[in-house]
Design a protein around this ligand. Structure first.
Ligand SMILES: [Zn+2]
Length: 592
């Protein structure tokens, strides 16, 4: 999901308050883009964990309140509401079900690895909680399992057992290592660079030396049985593309070479089984962002819904042409080949299990594969639906006047996710400034990700309106789209404007208030002026695209200074949202 953080958009805001510190740690735009996504951010802003003292009995505090007077363990637990997940698997054949059940088992092994990638001592810490005499032991264990460790991922990694923050490098490096020590080692041992910065090694101490150990060795205890399960599934399936992928991925678990299996993943076809399993994202490595975390999405593709959405990508060129700017700002050079799938998740594993849930993923991250094959966007329909029901809908009553709150439509929550993502590939990217070839990202620097995320949001809405006018989507539902989109901005602003998605939402909101499109009434609720909002969406797309296309840092700075903040109206809405959960904890069946 790295190069395009967009799909995170609709869930990332849930954890925005956790991002700022971590965000500042990131050096280059690619890493910044990575972090825009979502959830594990919180772990990264943490300081070194001195495990020895954590494990020393007196250091264990039985209640989280000991370490912060403001932290309420039960209230934190209540922010995430458990939801029994269902998925339609009735159309699967007996063979397909057998394959899926193997994959579910393999997915769970990714969680065993990831628990240790978060912190190698996690199993011992959990055992210490279980053996402790804490009065709230059950709650502590529940929280531990929810967050994959004793650090609350919805509270900036706040430790709720013991008082030590997790190490920024999580379990990928020695707990006490610093960036300086790591870099000094590489300066002295330049030959180690490839192995040390590899996506697929852990760094450990060996006496006074540092060593890099390949994942295939270090996590063999779980990777070998996972590889066997994938091979068993490969033996069962009669779909050649799935057989090919599973066989190659099993091999990769033993060799750390994922390239061929990523290509094979892009080539999956004629099977409803859409599975991603392996080491993918680097968000958990808050030290350098080098190391990948294991995870798995076992999903069942909805062929009809996928075909329906996949057809939208053929309009990408038309969307580019339809941008409300001079042709010189339009960009027809990009490839538009990425497949889109709509699926129901039936099991998660590893990195995507704790904390805030992913509603869509965009893989692989390997640039070589992306150049050769593009990337696949998979929208997780049942997760999206659960979030809409449990979070977005109840929020609407706190945001919009009742007759407009009821216009919210789950379908447009989903479309806005998809078109946000598609809109990242529209508009200026590579530009020419003062006769020199450059990029928008390079020119706008730290202002880039905020403007880009806001651009993708508003351009997403603009493009959905465009498809409505073309007759591809029902024009009669225009106000449903606009209400869903406007309420979504509040969700993005819920946790502050310290991070790209929050800044992006804030400038859209402020712009619309400025144009009279969003009007706060005496009740504190907002009334949308639909005609004005539609016009303001067009105007804002124009303004942001021009801002980006000019690569004008000073103008972008002035624009964000004017619009990139929230006001009392937003703060009042946020204050009223106490009862609305922050996220869901999906409970998946152990077999189908
Ligand atoms: Zn985005």
């Amino acid at each position: 999901m790295r190069p395009c953080p967009a799909l995170a958009h609709l869930m990332a805001p849930l954890s925005l308050q956790l991002a700022p510190l971590w965000f500042m740690l990131l050096a280059d735009p690619a890493q910044r883009a990575q972090q825009n996504k979502r959830k594990h951010l919180m772990r990264k802003s943490t300081l070194a964990l001195a495990l020895a003292s954590l494990l020393a009995a007196p250091a264990f505090s039985a209640t989280a309140q000991d370490s912060s007077s403001h932290y309420d363990l039960q209230a934190q637990r209540d922010k995430i509401v458990p939801v029994q997940m269902s998925a339609n698997t009735s159309f699967l054949t007996a063979e397909e079900k057998q394959v899926v059940n193997k994959l579910i088992k393999a997915a769970r092994l990714m969680s065993d690895i990831y628990l240790r990638q978060v912190n190698e001592q996690n199993p011992q810490i959990r055992a210490a909680i279980a053996q402790s005499g804490a009065a709230n032991k059950a709650l502590l264990l529940n929280m531990f399992d929810e967050h994959f460790g004793p650090w609350d991922s919805l509270a900036a990694g706040h430790p709720f057992f013991g008082d030590k923050a997790n190490a920024p490098g999580s379990g990928f490096y020695p707990q006490d290592i610093t960036k300086d020590e790591f870099n000094a080692w590489l300066a002295k041992h330049p030959k180690d660079k490839a192995a040390f910065t590899s996506l697929y090694t852990v760094i450990r101490r060996d006496g006074d030396k540092l060593v890099a150990i390949p994942y295939s060795q270090y996590y063999q205890e779980w990777l070998e049985p996972a590889a066997k399960l994938l091979e068993e599934a490969a033996a069962i399936t009669s779909n050649p593309s799935l057989k090919h992928f599973l066989t190659l991925r099993a091999k990769a678990f033993r060799t750390d070479d994922y390239f061929q299996s990523e290509i094979a993943w892009m080539d999956l076809k004629d099977t409803p089984i859409e599975v991603a399993i392996g080491p993918y994202e680097t968000y958990t490595d808050g030290l350098f962002g080098y190391k990948t975390a294991f995870e798995a999405f076992v999903t069942i593709k909805d062929p009809k819904a996928s075909a329906k959405l996949d057809r939208f990508k053929k309009y990408l060129k038309d969307m580019e042409a339809n941008l409300p700017v001079a042709d010189s700002y339009k960009n027809f050079k990009r490839g538009f080949e990425s497949p889109i799938a709509v699926a129901d998740q039936i099991q998660g594993g590893g990195d995507n299990v704790p904390g805030v849930q992913t509603i869509a993923f965009n893989l692989p991250n390997d640039e070589r594969v992306r150049e050769a094959k593009g990337a696949k966007k998979v929208l997780l329909n049942n997760v999206m639906a659960a979030k809409f029901e449990r979070i977005m809908k109840p929020m609407a009553a706190h945001i919009l006047v009742p007759e407009q709150a009821k216009l919210l439509d789950q379908k447009y929550f989903g479309y806005e996710t998809l078109f946000h993502e598609l809109s990242h590939s529209l508009g200026p990217g590579s530009i020419v400034k003062n006769g020199k070839a450059t990029t928008v990202a390079a020119e706008l620097q730290e202002l880039y990700s905020g403007t880009e995320e806001g651009k993708a949001d508003v351009m997403g809405a603009y493009n959905i309106l465009f498809l409505m006018k073309k007759g591809e989507l029902p024009l009669a539902e225009k106000n449903n789209l606009l209400a869903t989109y406007a309420a979504g901005l509040f969700r993005s602003m819920r946790f502050g404007v310290h991070e790209a998605h929050g800044i992006g939402a804030a400038f859209q909101y402020s712009y619309f208030v400025d144009k009279g499109a969003l009007n706060r009434e005496k009740s504190g609720l907002y009334r949308i002026d639909f005609a004005k909002l539609e016009q303001a969406i067009t105007d804002l797309v124009h303004d942001v695209v021009v801002l980006q296309g000019d690569g004008d840092y000073a103008k972008a700075k002035a624009f964000l200074a004017k619009y990139g903040h929230v006001d009392d109206g937003v703060r009042a809405v946020n204050a009223s949202l106490g009862e609305v959960p922050v996220d869901i904890q999906p409970i998946y069946p152990s077999s189908i």
